[in-house]
Design a protein around this ligand. Structure first.
Ligand code: FAD
Length: 459
């Protein structure tokens, strides 16, 4: 085997790629794998943003790129097909759930069982919620927290690097076809490979679009979720949280569907920086030295755009408009939000804001569908919890969750360019840790099969 040739080159060393390569190397001892990432090794990933300052990274931000990708987060693995992606639509419900079990087994092999798994399922609550026009989404959860999550990925790296070649801080500048498969031109030299597996997640979106475009393949629809983050009294949802700790609720109406996201009992709201935008984000109580007295969540309304550019332009118009070029987040009291009046001050507010934000008229600053969804949802929630939402509840504008533009892949995650596979969030199929990881295992099992072994010309 020539030094610069590999059977499989994985571009991106995030969650999906790690589970892919780990599975493949265990199932096929002979396969020669190269993983290229634009970011750094996990231990070298530091950024000023993590200490509340400015990004100190230059071109590729270590908060989002490098070994483990966005897995360098709170590490909340939700084992469900109710949300977090559409993997089950591609490979079936049972198969998806089996792969999620495998994800959990691997996490536990590296120490994940230091945190117990719990379930949010509650039949009685589901029946009651449906009377008020709400669906309860449920999941099994293993919530690792940032520290344990990082430790697990680091341990996986120690094992993987014994068998896999890693190239960090490496930018793939061009991919072309050759008779062995593909030729990769990078800033660290040239490589050839039989097949390419891409797991570049959200952070590699522009690169992926350009690279696939060079083969004449272009993405289609792009989803963008935007919505207000709500901060309420810690015991406001006691009636529904006493048995479940947290819950995920969805409301459907003729012109929108809205779902709660990232509910943090006793958590705080922090600033999230993505794509040059500043948004209110939830931080779980596990991450804090002193939990707050509040509970927060976002109510996301998904919308679909014909292209990634149009989705980003809308996010930049709405959220960039709020930010005003100075990291501004706007906050409004629920009573003012309902009657369409700006909030002047929060100095005597019962719900103490955990994030410093500018008082104002959050509802007026965003398209009406997001405000309408929140009002309908909170009214339905009042029915479910059997009490009024406190008028001092705080509404922050505006949170967003970005998705990859969809590129076509078949049932094996192979793109329209034969020999190039897309896994995890860049496939447009997954939007969560567990589903991204499961998609990696799925492809790892597929490519480990004897067929590939023959195709790689080793026999
Ligand atoms: C702030 C935040 C918190 C989250 N928390 C959770 C959570 O708690 N639970 C949950 O289920 N989901 C969570 N998610 C979503 C989850 O993290 C992602 O769905 C998951 O990480 C996707 O995995 P992936 O492998 O597709 O991409 P990633 O994990 O993002 O990995 C992509 C990798 O590709 C690399 N890369 C990018 N471009 C290039 C390039 N051009 N060349 C080479 N390498 C490249 C990056 O460095 C990175 O290593 C969170 C997302 C965000 C933004």
């Amino acid at each position: 085997m020539r030094a610069n040739h590999h059977d499989i080159t994985v571009i991106g060393a995030g969650v999906s790629s790690i589970f892919f390569a780990y599975t493949l190397m265990n199932k096929n001892q002979d396969v020669n794998i190269h993983i290229i990432d634009i970011g750094k090794e996990l231990e070298k990933r530091t950024c000023g943003l993590e200490d509340g300052g400015k990004c100190t990274c230059g071109a590729s931000c270590s908060k989002y790129t490098g070994f483990s990708g966005l897995g360098k987060s709170e590490g909340k693995f939700n084992y469900t097909t109710d949300f977090g992606g559409r993997l089950h639509k591609k490979i079936g419900e049972d198969h998806t759930l089996r792969l999620m079990q495998e994800v959990d087994t691997i996490l536990c092999r590296f120490g994940g069982n230091a945190r117990s798994k719990y379930s949010t399922k509650n039949e009685a609550l589901s029946s009651k919620a449906s009377l008020h026009g709400l669906d309860v989404l449920s999941t099994e959860v293993r919530h690792l927290g940032t520290h344990l999550s990082k430790g697990i990925f680091q341990s996986m790296y120690e094992v993987m690097r014994e068998r896999i070649t890693f190239s960090f801080e490496t930018k793939v500048e061009a991919v072309t076809k050759n008779k062995e498969g593909f030729h990769l031109h990078t800033n660290k030299g040239d490589f050839t490979t039989g097949r390419i597996v891409i797991g570049t997640g959200m952070s590699g979106s522009d690169w992926l679009t350009g690279m696939m475009g060079s083969f004449g393949v272009h993405p289609g629809n792009t989803r963008l979720d935007m919505g207000f983050r709500v901060e309420m009294k810690g015991d406001q949802l006691q009636a529904i949280l006493q048995e479940t700790f947290e819950t995920k609720l969805r409301i459907h109406r003729r012109n929108f569907e809205a779902t709660t996201y990232c509910m943090n009992p006793r958590g705080r709201i922090i600033r999230k920086y993505q794509h040059g935008l500043v948004m209110p984000d939830g931080q779980n109580a596990l991450e804090e030295d002193s939990p707050s007295a509040n509970l927060n969540f976002t109510l996301f309304v998904p919308r679909y755009y014909p292209s990634y550019e149009e989705a980003m332009n809308d996010a930049k118009k709405v959220i960039g408009g709020i930010n005003g070029g100075r990291d501004r987040i706007v906050v409004q009291k629920w009573e003012d939000f309902k009657r369409g009046a700006p909030t002047e001050t929060l100095s005597h507010n019962q719900v103490k804001p955990s994030l410093q934000a500018d008082c104002g008229d959050a509802r007026r600053e965003v398209p009406s569908v997001y405000g309408a969804a929140l009002i309908e949802f909170l009214h339905a929630l009042e029915g479910l919890v059997g009490e009024e939402i406190d008028s001092d509840t705080l509404i922050y504008g505006l949170d967003a969750k970005f998705y990859e533009p969809s590129l076509y892949t078949d049932e094996s995650f192979e793109s329209e360019v034969p020999g190039i596979y897309l896994i995890g969030d860049c496939s447009g199929v997954t939007h969560s840790l567990s589903q991204a990881a499961a998609s990696g295992i799925y492809l790892g099992e597929t490519l480990a099969s004897a067929t590939l072994y023959h195709n790689l010309g080793k026999e």
